[in-house]
Ligand binder design. Structure first.
Ligand code: PEP
Ligand code: MN
Length: 338
């Protein structure tokens, strides 16, 4: 439930409310506005203690949150949230954030080469996996720490912040040393230990929707991260399993307006995995921007035929360059920039 305190409540009054919340075994999430302070009382059956808070004079109104997810819901926060990745890059602002790069980090030279190209054509973050969640245990699993080092070199060469996947709670310290954004892959969307771990630090998290997860399940996973104190969550629609086989997955662009309706968190779209076929990716990237996405994450490779992972869905740098030009036009048409 949400407690709205009366205008200009004093520090002492806020403290009194927070202490009561803690005493009852719940957590308090404070959002301080210029005039009013809003406090989320988070915990199972928090609403049953409504009467206790009604008797505190500093509390003006009490609003229940009807959704199972609380902190990420629009009911908790009406305004859109933004997530700052670097001094230059904020997801959820007017500018569409385009993250681009290879599926996996394969070598030092190729990573730097692709990074320089996507930067030249307008990407504002570099993507690349050093720890890869592969369906087959015999497929390339990523270069691990060596790959993280190449990403760092590419960052130094281009100035692009790095988005890279974390697969296990044990690697939090290692991966966060190199990553500007921690990506939680589709296959780990419901790895609750991992979610809690990335919730314990303040780094931005890119949370991808599971292959067969509903929007509500995605939001529940975001809630895991936020409930641990990390509010820097970016949601990502990356395609879901359907009966259709013409594409690798079915990009569920419905999810963009649906998530925007129910949550204040920024949403980006991954047309590369969502479609899985190079030739269809530009159309869906543009559609995502038109649907209201705050950004895109796109796989780009300078020699896709040699890629160790996802070559068939990687755009050539020149195709990415062309796409960026059109993204700018679509962005403008919907009141954004790119
Ligand atoms: C990726 O981004 O390369 C990836 C593995 O994505 P997903 O988790 O969405 O399959
Ligand atoms: Mn990939």
């Amino acid at each position: 439930m949400i407690l709205t305190l009366k205008a200009h409540a004093s520090q002492n009054e806020i403290k009194q409310v927070v202490n009561k919340i803690k005493e009852l075994g719940f957590t308090a999430h404070i959002s301080k506005g210029e005039i009013k302070t809003i406090i989320g009382v988070i915990g199972e059956k928090a609403i049953t203690t409504r009467g206790i808070f009604e008797s505190i004079p500093a509390v003006e109104t009490i609003t229940p949150i009807s959704k199972p997810y609380k902190l990420c819901s629009r009911e908790f926060k009406k305004e859109n949230s933004t997530v700052k990745i670097s001094d230059k890059v904020t997801v959820g602002s007017k500018k569409i954030v385009v993250i681009a790069g290879p599926c996996s980090v394969e070598s030092r030279e190729r990573t730097i080469d692709v990074a320089q190209k996507v930067k030249k054509y307008g990407a504002c973050c570099l993507r690349g996996g050093a720890f890869k969640p592969r369906t087959s245990p015999y497929a390339f699993q990523g270069l691990g720490e060596e790959g993280l080092k190449y990403l760092r070199e590419a960052k130094i060469a281009t100035g692009l912040p790095v988005v890279t996947e974390i697969m296990s709670p044990e690697t939090l310290e290692l991966v966060s040393e190199y990553a500007d954004v921690l990506q939680i892959g589709a296959r780990n969307m419901q790895n609750y230990d991992l979610l809690k771990e990335v919730g314990s630090i303040n780094k931005p998290v890119l949370l991808k929707r599971g292959l067969s997860a509903t929007v509500e399940e995605l939001l529940m996973s975001a809630e895991y991260i936020m409930s641990k104190g990390n509010y820097n969550v970016i949601l990502c629609e990356r395609g879901i399993r359907t009966y259709e086989t013409a594409t690798r997955f079915t990009l569920d662009l419905n999810a963009v307006p649906v998530i925007k309706h129910h949550s204040h968190l920024p949403v980006i779209v991954d047309p590369s995995h969502g479609v899985g076929v190079r030739r269809y990716i530009p159309a869906m990237a543009l559609a995502a921007v038109a649907a209201g996405a705050d950004g895109l994450i796109i796989e780009v490779h300078s020699k896709p035929e040699e890629a160790l992972c996802d070559g068939a869905q990687s755009l050539l740098p020149e195709q990415f360059s062309q796409l960026m030009k059109t993204i700018k036009k679509v962005a403008e048409a919907v009141g954004r920039t790119a």
